[in-house]
Each structure stands twice: as structure tokens, then as C-alpha cells.
Write a protein that binds this ligand. Sequence first.
Ligand SMILES: Cc1cc2nc3c(=O)[nH]c(=O)nc-3n(C[C@H](O)[C@H](O)[C@H](O)COP(=O)(O)OP(=O)(O)OC[C@H]3O[C@@H](n4cnc5c(N)ncnc54)[C@H](O)[C@@H]3O)c2cc1C
Length: 404
Amino acid sequence: MVETINTLVIGGGQAGVATSANLRKQGVPHLVLERDRIAERWRTWRWDSLVANGPAWHDRFPDAEFTELDPEEFAPKEAVADYFERFAGDRNLPVRTGVEVTKLERHGSGFRATTATGTIEAQNVVVATGPFQKPVIPTVISDPAITQLHSNSYRNPKALPEGAVLVVGAGSSGAQIAEELVRAGRKVYLSVGPHDRPPRRYRGQDFVWWLGKLGKWDMKAPTPGTEHITIAVSGAYGGHTMDFRRLAGLGVTLLGRAGDYRDGVLNFANDLRRNMENGDANYLSVLDEADAYAKANGLDLPEEPEARVLRPLPDCVTKPTLTLDLKRESISTVIWATGFKLDFGWIDLDIFEGDGRPRHQDGVTEVPGLYFMGLPWLSCRGSAFIWGAWKDGERLAGLIAERG
Ligand SMILES: Cc1cc2nc3c(=O)[nH]c(=O)nc-3n(C[C@H](O)[C@H](O)[C@H](O)COP(=O)(O)OP(=O)(O)OC[C@H]3O[C@@H](n4cnc5c(N)ncnc54)[C@H](O)[C@@H]3O)c2cc1C
């Protein structure tokens, strides 16, 4: 069966839904194909207790509020998925679920998408298959006695075997998982690489508010290829600043960047102190910029000098552990919170760099009619986040409507 449509959107996460809503506003006939359910990754690729990293007033589309939540609350992941499902349902957006595109290729002046149930031909295609597609596990630990999982498969402390847990990676996922595990009474080791760690709140405002005021959400990528900065933030337990000293105080042993593994021993770089100090410098720079902004704009916000007081570095940082004998430390589980890579193997078009990233300018590729949505730094820092996807969707829908 061959179906034709003006614009095909592939992927029904927030980026696909945002694109669809904006195409509808522009009157562009379109279809969204989603292989699972709407916002599936919020449902099944994330741990049970996850809440949004930004408060409900911020982590949403401008067109719809989280009606059942206080604006300052952090939406639980199921509420986030329900929100997108309801958003699409209320607007009767043309999302067809349970259909995977297995091949996308050029066809005449447009494109042909292959699915198990038929072929779809379109003049325009928006690929919205996610910023985080394939889990990355950087090191091989060849010990069948150790349970290893990526953060996308972690669910809750009870689902792990008894014993200590090593969490590798201290972005938002790794830091939040480590905190949940230590609070559940586990012995936890956390490998901390380079990271940013903005304050959760400062002078009465959430950091997402400050990033907006300081123009950081709209920031362009500093240098191509250096886009990914690990950011450690958390909305868990009502939201708090991710300070690794506090985690050490709860009993987490901090380690440097994980290296190679041999004969039961995992090695760590001697970079923990530097990573912590750079993280502190990032934290303090946000306070400095916020203060300068408040002064320049005459904002009447309560001063907060105590936010600048940092506790001394814990012993595990000043006297770092550089090797870990996993058996001796009774480590039964390693959780790799080490990020994701892109996987566009199903797109048969010559638009990819050697590292698999598509060539594009703010989501517009060199192939007329082909667009990407939702990728990290697609047009700016906010692109892979909920409201950023809306802005990109609005802009790309406008371009598609012009193109016809
Ligand atoms: C742990 C975690 C927490 C996050 N928390 C926040 C947060 O609090 N706030 C925030 O703004 N952002 C957050 N993000 C970032 C971002 O919002 C999410 O990653 C979000 O899921 C990205 O939405 P998306 O639509 O771009 O991609 P995805 O949610 O990945 O959606 C892509 C969809 O495409 C489908 N698909 C893929 N390939 C095909 C195919 N070939 N055919 C058909 N369908 C296909 C997938 O099934 C999927 O449903 C978080 C990310 C992670 C990993």
C-alpha cells in the first residue's frame, strides 16, 4: 500500500508532537508515525521515581499547562508522558502509533518511508526520533557475576541484586540514581567526570528561570562537537542543587572518571578534584552572572550570600581512590549513566558526518524538504528540552508551510 502526504514526521515524542501541533497551526497536511506509544521514552526508558528536571511552569509547551500540578512542582515522568498523550489527543493530532519507519530514502523530488504496513511518500520529512537513541557503555567489564545495566534500564533500588553499586557518570541521571540508591541504604560508588552543576534555586528563583534571563537556553553550541556538557541537576525530593559533597556526606564514595578494567579491577583517572573544582566554578559563575543581571536590571530579589559557602572537599576527593577491586568492595551492580548516541542507520541519505550526526543548520538539512527536530543543540541549548522543541517545531513548521 502506498500512501501520500505532504509532510511525514517520524517519531512521536515531544519533538514530534510539537512539530505536529505547529504544522496543524500552519495548515500543513501531515502524519506522525511513532513505533511505540506517544512519549514512550518517558514511560519505559526512565526510572520509576524520575521527575522532570524543571518545574511544571517551565517544562511544558507554551500552549498547555500541567493542570493537575502546582506550577512549582516537578512533574513525575508518567505525568509528563500523559501530558504529551493528552496534548495530542485533545488536538486530535494525526499520530499513528505502533508503526516503525525502517527505511527513509529519496523518491523523485520527495521521500519514501518504508514501514511494515506499507510505504508512505512525502514532500517533506521531519525526523524527530530523539536526542538519546542508543545507550553508550564505554568499558567492557567481563565478569558475569556483575550485573551491568545502562541508566535507561534502571528502575528502582529493589530491582537490583543485593550488594554495593557503582554508578558511572554523574550527569543528572547518574547523580540522581546514586542519590536514590544511597538513600535506600545501598553502599554506592559514583564516578564523576567533568560537569556543570547550576544551583537549583538562587535568590528565590529556579535555575531554569535564571538560564532564561541570562539567555543561556538560547545559546548556540560553543564549538561543533563540544556541545554536550553534562549537567547535574535534580527535581527529586522537591528539587535541590546537585552538590557532590552532599552525596559524599550521605555515604557515596566519589571517584574520578572511569577508565579501563582488567582482572576484576576498574581504574579511575586522577581527575576527581579537578572535576569537582570545575563544577564548583560553574556553580559560582551562575551566581555571579545572576547577581550581575539582578543589579543591571534593578531586580528586587533577596540576596543570598550563604549560597557561596561551599563545604570542604570530602576525604574521598582529597585522597582519591584510583583503583577499585569490584569483588573486594562487594560491588554486585554497575550502572552506566554514560549517555547515548544517535542511530540513523535506517536513513539512506548522504547527510551524515563520520560520527553519525546529521549535517544541518538549525534543523534544516542540505536535502530540500528534510528536517531534524529534538537533537541536542539543534538550534540552541534548549532544543532537546520540552519548551525548546516547541520553539524549533514552530520555526520548522513555518519553513515547511512556505515550501509547500
Ligand atoms: C533521564 C532523562 C530525563 C530528562 N528530563 C528532562 C526534563 O526534565 N525536562 C526536559 O525538558 N527534558 C528532559 N530530558 C530531555 C528530553 O526532554 C527527553 O530526552 C525527551 O524524551 C526528548 O524528546 P524527543 O521527542 O526529542 O525524543 P524521544 O522522547 O526519544 O522520542 C522519539 C520517539 O521516536 C520514536 N522512534 C524512534 N525511531 C523511530 C522510527 N524509526 N520510526 C518511528 N518512530 C521512531 C521513539 O519510539 C520515540 O518515542 C530528559 C532526558 C533524559 C534521558
